[in-house]
Design a protein around this ligand. Sequence first.
Ligand code: MG
Length: 256
Amino acid sequence: MGEPLRAILWDVDGTLAETELAGHRLAFNAAFADHDLPWRWDRHTYRRLLAVGGGRERIAAWMEQQRVGNGPSDQGSALLDRLVASKKRHYGALLQRGQLPLRPGVARLIAAAASAGLAQWIVTTSSRSAVQALTQNSLGEQAGAFSGWICGDDVERKKPDPEGYRLALARMDLAAGVLAVEDSPQGLAAATAAGVPTLITLSEVSRSEPLEAFAAAVAVVDGLGTEQQPLTVLRGPACPGGVATLSWLEQLLPSS
Ligand SMILES: [Mg+2]
């Protein structure tokens, strides 16, 4: 018999919503345009840049590749600050326009976990402002289901470092019965290093990764499933009805 499920730790980008290619990427490009920079990240370039966790870090890595800021260092860092601020504004505006709905099955599972009295936390590399924009605009009545958020602003080291997950576990004061839901190898590495069993729900970005990249996950699915869009289990226990329920999630926890 496994542990009872007590808490779900949710990643945001790619897990709650497909925020990367149709969200963050467009906001970065709009920020570059605001600053008369010729840079445009196409989908291919952006997928490659996603190896760098955190928006600020991603722009910084790109600027370094473009050799911007090799002159007087203040110039590069002032530009970085302006780009980050501008990108945040564009991302918020995009969410306000309702362009980033939750992935299928997410709202259902959050609501089910809330009615069952489970603790739910957000553990993300995104900034607090980006999470706020998403919860306000896309989560609707589910926004209140979370007991807390650990965001990029709260940690020294972002995913794949486990710091965010460790912080969430410490604040929840729970060590067992916790499951993480992630979409990326970086997120999986972070949760696993913190000792949290992880369900991978492949996103439009991570779908192209080889399945071996998720070897540490307790299960890999292509989504959380709805009656109209049942999920496919790529690895893990069969999921009757194609819908991830709390009792199916509970089966994913290690036996005590
Ligand atoms: Mg993610």
